[in-house]
Structures are given as structure tokens and as C-alpha cells.
Write a protein that binds this ligand. Structure first.
Ligand SMILES: [Zn+2]
Length: 394
């Protein structure tokens, strides 16, 4: 009925206009109200009302700076509030735990990494320690007048919003990973979500990494190997949110057994552990040192991994035709020695009637997933500030 739906339509329109104004400020702050009106096509009085709401919600700050005089009147500079809502990103990986807090602009305000081996440790114990990191991050955020809007936990495996269904390299199955974190940082407006680490790394690259990558595949090289696919500026998740499981692309059906139950998966041939074994190096740091020093065994191990990676990526490229392949995680660190072999394999094995994609190195390195995790919380605030405000005041 029109009488009943009119207020709902109005509320929906206001919510989308709030998001529109906030998105402009996220893209191009500082802006005056007049500039916002020009950029959004909204009237100046609408913009003034929307900005008042956003100032009230603590999402926008009004600076003392005066922008260019417009029609005789100076406009004050509006920008995202850097003391307001913040996102907490957490990561469980095979050999570390990490926490990052970013403010609404996506700028990291707190960063902590705990290097340790999580294999064979009961999931409850890992999550207890991650909860400790979350509490410390929340305290550090509060000291900076930041208010956690929510948290996102990156896990190297298949996940639902609340549960890590299967993370073979951690030995996890059906682990309710969100609940203990929610207990450690209670009362956040957007709560706690779990997300695949490789997908978050791709989003981290999309939001905070190099620009103009076009459609790209981000490869997270750790002990496991994950892929994140970005098409048209959006993450491609697949029918069952399992797209991008690059590490379990089979290169040799008779190859070494994999934690997934299969054999000859890419990550058994080109993952960090396989490289360290082949190089007889005890750690990534030492592997890097040896590569830099020209150690033949280390260089050969990295080059062999690069060839395997390039062969697997050639199939990805033939299927998806991306503009860029981004080497991330430990592969970013090893890129000077890994990339030539990846490129050679791509040159050899991609369908040759077109240019092969550019192979880029992530500037975020091993922080891509954690930045993406914190960024995904912030993004939910920016995408729907009305929902965030109503949950904040509930
Ligand atoms: Zn596998």
C-alpha cells in the first residue's frame, strides 16, 4: 500500500544518500558541502542534512580548514572521522597470528604479529591466544579514541560467516572461530565475521595496494597457497564461496600427499614449506638471505617453485583472462628470485594469441590479508552508515 511504503522508501533513500555522501568523502576528501552537492547531484540543503547526520554518528569530521571560496562563501573541509569507527582485522595462519586496527580511512593505527607454529595446537588454544591479541588491539584502539565497529578473522580455509569449516593446514574442521573473538571484543555494532584469508588478501590489494590492476588474481603464498579473484572491482567467490583454491590445483596426480587428502597439489610443490625443504633452509628469513647471497641451492628451490606456480597460473590465466597476477604473501618477499620463473612458465603455457598478464608484486606482502580483514569491517560502515548508526545506538 502506498501509504505504508512511503516512509520505508524515504528511509531507504536517506540510507543510500548517506552512503553516497560518505563514499564521496572516502574517495576524495576533503570536500565542502557545496563540492559534495556538485559531486553527488544532491541539493545543498539535502547534503547539509546528510552531513549533519554523519557528523552526529561520528563518521565525518569538520575541519577548521577553509576550502576555496564558493560564490562568496567559504566552505569548511569535511573528511572521514579518524577518531571514530575502526575495523579490527585478525589473522590465524600456519606460522603466525596477527592483529591490525584501521581507522575509517583505512590507515593502520595498530599492528601486531606473533610468530609461532599453530599446527598441532588445539583450535581452542589458538583462538584463546588470538582473543588475547584482539583484546590488546581493542585497548590500543580505545587509547587512540577509536571505537571498534566490528572484527573480521582471516583463516586459511573454507569458511562460513561464523565458522572455519575446513582449514587443512591448521588441522581445523568445523571450528566456531567468531564466538571467542566476539567474547573478547563484546558489543561491537557489526559483530565478528570469519573470512577466507586469500579472499581478504585480494581485497586488501584492491583497496590498499597498487592501483589500476584491472581484473586480477592475487596469489597468497604462505605454507599453503591461496588465490583471490577480483573481477570488475569485486571479489569473485564462486557458487559455494570456494573460488580461488589455487593451492589445491593438481599438478601431479601421483605427487606427494597433500593436507587436503589429494596428491600433487600446487602448495605441496610450491608452498613455502616445500621451498624451505628443497633449499634446506630453516626459515624464510634465511632463505631470503641465501637467495640474496646467490646460494645456488636456494635459488634453484625458489625457481622450481616459481615454475610450478607459473604452470598452475597458466591454467588460471587461460580460464579467466585477468589483466594482472599479483604475487603476495611470502611470494612477494621472494619475488626477485621467484618472478622470472613464474613469467617464463606463463610465457610458455598460456594461450599465445594475446599478451599474457602482467605479473606484479604486492606492496602489502604478508599484511594483505590482515589489512583486507580490517578494511572489510570499515567497508561495511562506509557502505551502510545508517545501519551502522542504528546498531551503534541499539
Ligand atoms: Zn591439496
Amino acid at each position: 500500500m502506498p501509504v505504508r511504503s512511503a516512509p520505508l522508501q524515504h528511509a531507504g533513500m536517506r540510507a543510500s544518500n548517506l552512503a553516497l555522501v560518505l563514499r564521496e568523502l572516502a574517495n576524495a576528501a576533503p570536500l565542502s558541502r557545496a563540492q559534495l552537492a556538485a559531486r553527488t547531484g544532491l541539493t545543498k540543503s539535502s547534503v547539509s542534512g546528510l552531513v549533519a547526520d554523519l557528523l552526529n554518528a561520528g563518521l565525518v569530521a569538520e575541519g577548521p580548514a577553509v576550502l576555496a571560496v564558493e560564490r562568496g562563501r567559504p566552505g569548511s573541509a569535511l573528511a572521514l572521522e579518524r577518531q571514530g569507527a575502526a575495523g579490527l582485522g585478525l589473522e590465524v595462519n600456519v606460522d603466525y597470528l596477527a592483529a591490525v586496527v584501521t581507522d575509517l580511512t583505512g590507515t593502520p593505527r595498530y599492528h601486531h604479529v606473533l610468530t609461532r607454529d599453530n599446527r598441532g595446537v588445539p583450535p581452542a588454544d589458538v583462538l584463546a591466544d588470538l582473543s588475547g591479541l584482539a583484546s590488546a588491539a581493542a585497548a590500543a584502539a580505545a587509547e587512540q579514541d577509536l571505537k571498534l565497529a566490528g572484527a573480521c578473522v582471516a583463516v586459511p580455509g573454507i569458511v562460513t560467516e561464523q565458522v572455519a569449516l575446513r582449514a587443512p593446514n591448521l588441522g581445523w574442521s568445523d571450528v566456531a572461530a567468531a564466538a571467542p573473538i566476539a567474547a573478547a571484543v563484546p558489543g561491537t555494532p557489526l559483530g565478528v565475521r570469519v573470512e577466507n584469508e586469500a579472499n581478504l588478501a585480494a581485497l586488501g590489494e584492491l583497496w590498499f595496494g597498487q592501483k589500476n590492476l584491472g581484473d586480477f588474481v592475487h596469489v597468497s603464498g604462505e605454507i599453503g597457497i591461496g588465490g583471490g579473484i577480483v573481477v570488475g572491482g569485486e571479489l569473485f567467490r564462486g557458487a559455494h564461496t570456494m573460488a580461488g583454491e589455487l593451492g589445491h590445483v593438481v599438478l601431479d596426480p601421483d605427487g606427494p600427499p597433500c593436507s587436503c587428502g589429494g596428491r600433487g597439489c600446487l602448495e605441496r610443490l610450491a608452498g613455502l614449506e616445500a621451498i624451505l625443504d628443497a633449499a634446506s633452509a630453516p626459515s624464510r628469513a634465511e632463505l631470503e638471505e641465501r637467495c640474496a647471497a646467490g646460494d645456488e641451492k636456494a635459488l634453484a628451490a625458489v625457481a622450481l617453485a616459481g615454475r610450478h606456480l607459473g604452470v598452475a597460473l597458466a591454467s588460471v590465466v587461460n580460464l579467466l583472462d585477468p589483466e594482472t597476477v599479483v604475487l603476495g604473501g611470502a611470494f612477494a618477499v621472494l619475488a626477485p628470485w621467484l618472478r622470472p620463473a613464474v613469467e617464463a612458465a606463463l610465457d610458455r603455457h598460456t594461450f599465445s594469441s594475446r599478451p599474457r598478464p602482467c605479473v606484479a608484486t604486492s606492496g602489502l606482502g604478508t599484511d594483505a590479508a590482515i589489512r583486507g580483514a580490517a578494511g572489510s569491517v570499515v567497508r561495511r560502515v562506509l557502505d551502510d552508515p545508517a545501519a551502522y548508526r542504528s546498531r551503534s545506538t541499539a
